[in-house]
Design a protein around this ligand. Sequence first.
Ligand SMILES: [Zn+2]
Length: 283
Amino acid sequence: MPELPEVETVRRGLEPSMTGEKILRADVNRPDLRWPFPERMAERLTGATVLQLRRRSKYILADLDSAETLLIHLGMSGRMTVSGDPLGQFVHEHPAQGKHDHVVFHMKNGARITFNDPRRFGAMDLMATGAEGTHPLLAKLGPEPLGNSFSEDHLIAALKGKNSPIKSALLDQHIVAGLGNIYVCEVLFRAGIHPARKASRISEARIAALVPIIREVLLEAIDAGGSSLKDFRQADGELGYFQHNFRVYGREGQPCVTPDCASGIKRITQSGRSSFFCPSCQR
Ligand SMILES: [Zn+2]
């Protein structure tokens, strides 16, 4: 499932072919994904120019010159591909349309942006630009982890008295937006905090230390995603899925990477999701 760094990589990968460009035509090949598409979506997108591409949590927001903003959510299995970019950045031929190509943007510069989503947990919506604060998917999101409002004070206050495990608290999108299972596992390993420890039982100093660690883990992954875009010519045109070396995620039974630690990485299930951790390094 794409997490914040993957979504940011998709956003950056779309910029050269979408920002400042007109959508000549949008093909909307079905009535819905996770939810119905907005009314007359193809018509409302056709002829609009993309002013800028932003990201909020795991949502890509395309501000249009029609005073509307297109929201794109990749869901569990959504993929965006770029083909036929005339700037020479991408050399991919337009592929034949696939069964799960639900929305296709034909850009004036010749690029074709395809949204493919076999499981259809993704979403697209249109809203008035500036109305993100009241959109049902965005209104209750906590601060952006890489933004200025995500601070030590915010996190200490948000976790005060929380009896849930720290793992669940960091996955709570009201506390911090956009953190998912993979990167929370990595953050807790670097912070030396056991994923099952109750949030209220962690000292303020250790909570405060989570803030720079969260930023570091996300920025490293975004960097890895950026490198993947440089190899894009050789790739198949799909954005945002890149190789990244995790220290604990997916490493059950393998040795801990901490020098001199003799433990192996363990996996437990919390709220139906796997937590990977080192029982010696994380307390
Ligand atoms: Zn260890």
